[in-house]
Ligand binder design. Structure first.
Ligand SMILES: [Zn+2]
Length: 476
């Protein structure tokens, strides 16, 4: 049987505002528990919410970058449910009039452009965080009331791999636009997925299952692959009725999804308009002005860089997908570096160093340093090998290349006179190899070159040294 898969994604992104959505508490991450709180965000009776205007602007920017339409009049609603991370027992969210709707995003997968429609983007407040200890559970309300947008796609993604590419694309766009810091390890970006499968040719969709607790893009892809397989197998063994509408949790240690709870229906939440907040009215001018603020988006940047410079597409894509890398690349080129060389350094040595450094993305390399290093290597003052050592030190210790070169004495020996003296010295000390070479054993020159490099501590210009060596031997 041939099976088709349908995946929809929900993304929660914390907006990059300094204060929370309905009060002036700070949103700073990592503060002592319950210090970023006030009567509003811990839900004391009588404390009234006031909407943070910046939240609207950032949400609109996110939606405009994703081709959404704007609901010029929208409103907040109460979503009622009890859970300890939600002190009021209702979350202020949006129900039937989300701020944005009907958008789409395009991304490339295996050289094909895929388009996924976005059903809606709505505003809501984040909940607090439960911390489970051995005998107790603690609650930290610092996160409670942080502004969120929730983005909901249509169930149009056709494979777990596509879902992976989709969330990656959204993250990059949000970073470019500055909507959210997207720090997944701090919970600024979270996602859930729903998935169903059906036999090819069938008209209606089968029961979908929601999956939660996926902490990384890779984990999400794995979880969806497992769930896809589980559902197909159940249908193939005529046990399709075991697939029920429910929420399943991804257990990454065991590599499988586990049933968590039956899925609530919308009516369970008793949504109703939030009486403490006025409807949100957005002006056309506001939207027109914001559209001008949307920066060049990742796919546009990729296209431009590929047209502007003669670059390897795969490597350029890696750089464009990370806003900081893209900025480093462009600034390095602006400072005069050869574009493909700048790209090589970033995709090669820099990414390797970031990885060994524990994946910390805070870049320790500045564009003027990198541009300078590239030009020093091009001038022949240092070898590429020395350049890589210098680059590592620039990354680890934030030093300028010239400073490192001078201190470590890494200047390449390019003077023919100096090299000639060394070459002659090496030949005298290794007369047997010279004789071997002259007797036709041409590989003896490799050994002699090795001796020249040893003698100069690797600082001889290799091309020049080899030419000299060949010339002097042949004359003898
Ligand atoms: Zn507060």
């Amino acid at each position: 049987m041939i099976w088709e898969t349908f995946i929809g994604i929900e993304i929660h992104a914390e907006l990059a505002t300094k204060s929370k959505i309905f009060c002036s508490c700070s949103t700073e991450f990592g503060k002592a528990p319950n210090t970023n709180t006030c009567p509003v965000c811990i839900g004391l009776p009588g404390a009234l919410p006031v909407l943070n205007e910046e939240v609207i602007q950032l949400a609109l920017k996110a939606g405009l970058a994703l081709n959404c339409k704007v609901n010029y009049i929208n409103k907040m609603d109460r979503k009622n449910y009890f859970y300890p991370d939600l002190p009021r027992a209702y979350q202020i969210s949006q129900f039937d009039l989300p701020i944005l709707y009907d958008g789409y995003v395009e991304f490339e997968i295996e050289d094909t452009i895929e388009r996924v429609n976005i059903n809606r983007i709505h505003l809501e407040e984040d909940a607090g965080k439960l911390i489970h200890l051995e005998e107790h559970t603690c609650i930290d309300y610092n996160r409670g009331g942080v502004a969120l947008i929730e983005l909901v796609t249509e169930p149009e993604l056709k494979s777990p791999k596509e879902a992976f590419e989709f969330v990656k694309t959204i993250k990059t766009i949000f970073e470019y636009v500055g909507v959210s810091d997207c720090k997944m390890e701090q919970g600024s970006l979270r996602f859930d997925a729903n998935i169903s499968v059906r036999e090819k040719g069938q008209k209606e969709l089968n029961t979908k299952v929601e999956i939660k607790n996926m902490n990384s893009f890779k984990e999400m892809q794995k979880a969806l692959e497992k769930e896809e397989k589980r559902q197909i197998e159940l249908y193939e063994f005529n046990e399709g009725d075991k697939i029920v509408q429910e929420t399943r949790r991804w257990d990454s240690a065991k590599g499988r999804t586990v049933s968590m709870r039956g899925k609530e229906g919308v009516h369970d939440y008793r949504y109703f308009p939030e009486p403490d907040l006025r409807p949100i009215v957005i002006s056309k001018k506001n939207v027109v002005d914001l559209k001008k603020e949307i920066p060049e988006l990742p796919n546009e940047k990729l296209e431009r860089l590929l047209t502007q410079f003669d670059l390897n597409k795969k490597e350029t894509k890696i750089v464009v997908e990370d806003k900081k890398l893209a900025l480093l690349f462009e600034n390095t080129v602006k400072k005069g570096a050869n574009p493909q060389k700048a790209l090589n350094w970033i995709v090669g040595d820099l990414l390797r160093l970031i990885k060994t450094d524990g994946g910390d993305e805070d870049l320790e390399i500045d564009s003027s340093g990198l541009a300078e290093l590239i030009s020093i290597i091009e001038s022949g003052d240092i070898s590429l090998k020395a350049g890589r050592e210098i680059f590592e030190e620039m990354f680890m210790k934030r030093k300028k290349p010239r400073e490192i070169i001078n201190r470590r004495g890494l200047i390449q020996i390019n003077s023919e006179e100096s090299l000639r003296i060394i070459v002659q010295k090496v030949m005298e000390a290794n007369s047997k190899s010279v004789a071997d070479y002259n007797a036709g054993k041409k590989q003896a020159i490799t050994y002699l070159m090795g001796q020249v490099m040893k003698e100069t501590k690797g600082q001889a210009n290799p091309k020049m040294a080899l030419q000299l060596l060949e010339r002097i031997i042949s004359n003898k």
